[in-house]
Structures are given as structure tokens and as C-alpha cells.
Design a protein around this ligand. Structure first.
Ligand SMILES: [Zn+2]
Length: 82
């Protein structure tokens, strides 16, 4: 029997965050992203096996995409001042 399985990573855009880029130093808005890798069987995504967070710099000359920890991402996802 042939079993086809694999891993598929999908990037979700969570929200805009105000941050200073660690790479180019430009302040401003960065995109908070979540990469979810799912285990799939016969091309059907079944369950997530890995979740990673990153922010994407919107400076066209930079476009860095440094990874951040889940704790950092939680802090950024919480609305400021509430
Ligand atoms: Zn940058």
C-alpha cells in the first residue's frame, strides 16, 4: 500500500505591530507572521506539528524576516494598553 504523507507550511498574517527592525534599524510597522507546519496524509493537512513566529520588515531595502519566540509574539498580539 502506498502511503503519501508530507509536511506543509502555511504562513498566516496576524497583525501589524510597531517595532524597530533588528536588521536595518528602521522603526515603523512590521507584520507579525505565524508559520504553521502541518503533517498531511494523502495531501490532507491533519494536525500542526510546529508553529513559529516571525516579523517581517516593510523597508523595501531590507525585507528581513527575523524569527521571534512564541512569548514575544504573544506580547505583540495583546492590544497595547489593555
Ligand atoms: Zn529592516
Amino acid at each position: 500500500m502506498l502511503v503519501i504523507f508530507g509536511f506543509r507550511t502555511k504562513t498566516e498574517v496576524l497583525r501589524w505591530v510597531a517595532l524597530v527592525c533588528r536588521v536595518c534599524g528602521a522603526g515603523g510597522r512590521m507584520l507579525l507572521l505565524r508559520d504553521v507546519t502541518k503533517f498531511s496524509l494523502f495531501f490532507i493537512p491533519l494536525f500542526p506539528i510546529r508553529v513559529r513566529y516571525a516579523v517581517e520588515c516593510q523597508n523595501p531595502a531590507c525585507r528581513a524576516r527575523p524569527k521571534i519566540s512564541a512569548a514575544e509574539a504573544d506580547g505583540l498580539r495583546a492590544p497595547a494598553g489593555s
